[in-house]
Write a protein that binds this ligand. Structure first.
Ligand SMILES: Cc1ncc(COP(=O)(O)O)c(C=O)c1O
Length: 362
């Protein structure tokens, strides 16, 4: 028998064209203002729920139905309109896998959440982006103009990351009506810090899908929990594609406790909103340009020395995120807002870091 020379197989052409996405996955020590997580903890009730898990519970495959019913009740939806996911990231992935074929277009404004591009480019469809103007307001006219009969999926993060700006209900409705052939994802990952929502339309408008995450205000980023609200006619296909066990038993055991502790959620959200006002005021005093934010972070313009600023903050124990490579974000850094106490630490570090880079008011 002739000896076969073994070779490493190449991935699909679409995957070969993708840019690798490398978020820092280790060594995030200090005050973590780089990933818009809850900067304190989840509700103590979640830990109690974890403590009640028996070894035999882990021996079974996860059962998500009851928890989906609970989430549906919490949001005023029907159980068949709710899909729990392994974070909103999985939800985006499943939407791309379900709706995007060769020749289709996935449309979204930029700058925005990186995973739309990642999961979109992983399909055979075309990723089509609409750049925002300098004020980062939702570019509704440009987005409407970019819709074609091939547009099959549209993503709108509201509040958006990394900008913190929102799309109004009227603007979202305009997009929904202009693109009846497309599924429109409204990603409300930062809803709690803003309060504006279209969740009440979920299940009513046939092409609307609304996403929420438990990674931000609820402080459960490590458990990987997100959800999609959509009409049963959409959910039926998403359930065909999604792994039935992608939300694990620990996450499912914890979610009801997190939902029930509204007091904890309320405390954290109020704390962040108060800290955000103080942070905005401090930035104004420093003369650092910023964009009006409705989320638990703020995007600031540091200018050419942005990388040195991020390092100077890091040396002082505060992690921030350099966003200068995002569309229109040259020289920009994003900082998560935590509690008022934590923001005092961040502002102290910022005073020194700005000094170090020779910051001069415009
Ligand atoms: C707009 C937006 N959507 C979704 C996510 C991801 O959420 P999850 O942790 O649930 O995957 C993020 C995380 O930063 C985000 O900024």
């Amino acid at each position: 028998m002739a000896e076969t020379v073994l070779q490493t197989p190449a991935p699909r052409a679409a995957v070969q064209r993708m840019h690798a996405y490398h978020p820092p996955l280790s060594g995030r020590q200090g005050l973590r203002l780089d990933f818009n997580e809850n900067t304190v903890a989840c509700s103590p009730r979640v830990l109690e729920a974890l403590g009640r898990i028996a070894a035999s519970d882990l021996a079974r495959y996860p059962e998500r139905e009851q928890v989906e019913t609970k989430v549906a009740q919490h949001l005023g939806l029907k159980p068949e309109q709710v899909l729990l996911t392994n974070g909103v990231d999985e939800a985006i992935h499943v939407l791309c896998q379900t709706y995007l074929d060769r020749g289709d277009e996935f449309l979204f404004p930029t700058p925005t959440y990186s995973m739309y591009e990642v999961y979109g480019s992983c399909t055979d469809a075309a990723v089509k982006t609409v750049p925002s103007r300098e004020d980062f307001a939702f570019p509704v006219e440009a987005l409407l103009a970019a819709i074609t009969p091939q547009t099959r999926l549209i993503a709108i993060a509201s509040p958006n990351s990394p900008t913190g700006t929102v799309a109004s209900r009227e603007q979202i409705l305009q997009v929904l009506h202009r693109a009846p052939q497309a599924v429109v994802l409204v990603d409300e990952a930062y809803y709690h810090f803003c309060g504006q929502t279209v969740m009440d339309l979920a299940g009513q408008v046939p092409n609307l899908v609304v996403a929420r995450t438990f990674s931000k205000a609820y402080g459960l980023a490590g458990l990987r929990l997100g959800m999609l609200a959509a009409p049963a006619g959409i959910q039926q296909w998403l359930r065909t594609v999604i792994s039935p066990y992608s939300v694990n038993s620990l996450a499912l055991a914890c979610l009801p406790a997190a939902l029930d502790d509204e007091e904890y959620l309320g405390w954290y959200v109020d704390e962040v909103k108060a800290a955000r006002s103080e942070m905005v005021e401090s930035l104004r005093r420093f003369g650092v340009p910023q964009w009006p934010t409705q989320a638990n972070f703020v995007l600031v313009k540091i200018g050419p020395r942005h990388a040195e600023f991020v390092q100077a903050m890091h040396r002082r124990g505060v992690l921030t995120r350099d966003r200068s490579k995002d569309q229109g974000c040259d020289g920009c850094v994003r900082m998560t807002v935590g509690t008022r106490e934590q923001m005092k630490q961040a502002v102290a570090a910022m005073t020194e870091a700005l000094n170090e880079i020779g910051w001069k008011r415009a």
